[in-house]
Design a protein. Structure first.
Length: 129
């Protein structure tokens, strides 16, 4: 079984990482780079949303509700494509996976974390925190 991209046991390096390229494929990696590159200049959250629609089992949306629920990764959304932003996005995916019940897909993990963030906000509004 090939290791999934951005699993908690795998550090991602987009240019020279054979396991990463084998598991997500060169086309998907090129899509990510193209979406984030200067020529198209999508913001990081938009690029992750597009990739999540195209490859829902491999990518997750970088969303304020998710990183609020995680309590981390606040600055990732303002970045452009780089090896460092890719590595940080891989860490984000690993954090999403490790913060939810193991049986959830990445899409369901997004929804679960959105719910956790909403629950926290409602408790705060009701003074239940």
């Amino acid at each position: 079984m090939t290791e999934e991209p951005c699993s908690s046991t795998h550090v991602c390096h987009p240019y020279n990482d054979k396991p990463l390229l084998n598991s997500i494929g060169k086309i998907e990696l090129q899509c990510l780079k193209l979406l984030l590159a200067k020529s198209w200049s999508f913001a990081f959250p938009t690029a992750t949303a597009i990739l999540t629609v195209l490859y829902p089992e491999r990518f997750t949306v970088y969303d304020i509700r998710v990183y609020d629920a995680l309590g981390d990764f606040y600055r990732l959304g303002s970045r452009r494509w780089s090896e460092r932003s890719w590595a940080d996005y891989c860490n984000f995916i690993a954090a999403v996976r490790s913060s939810v019940p193991a049986n959830l897909s990445l899409r369901d993990a997004d929804r679960w974390l959105w719910g956790q963030d909403k629950r926290k906000a409602l408790h705060g509004e009701l003074g239940l925190v």
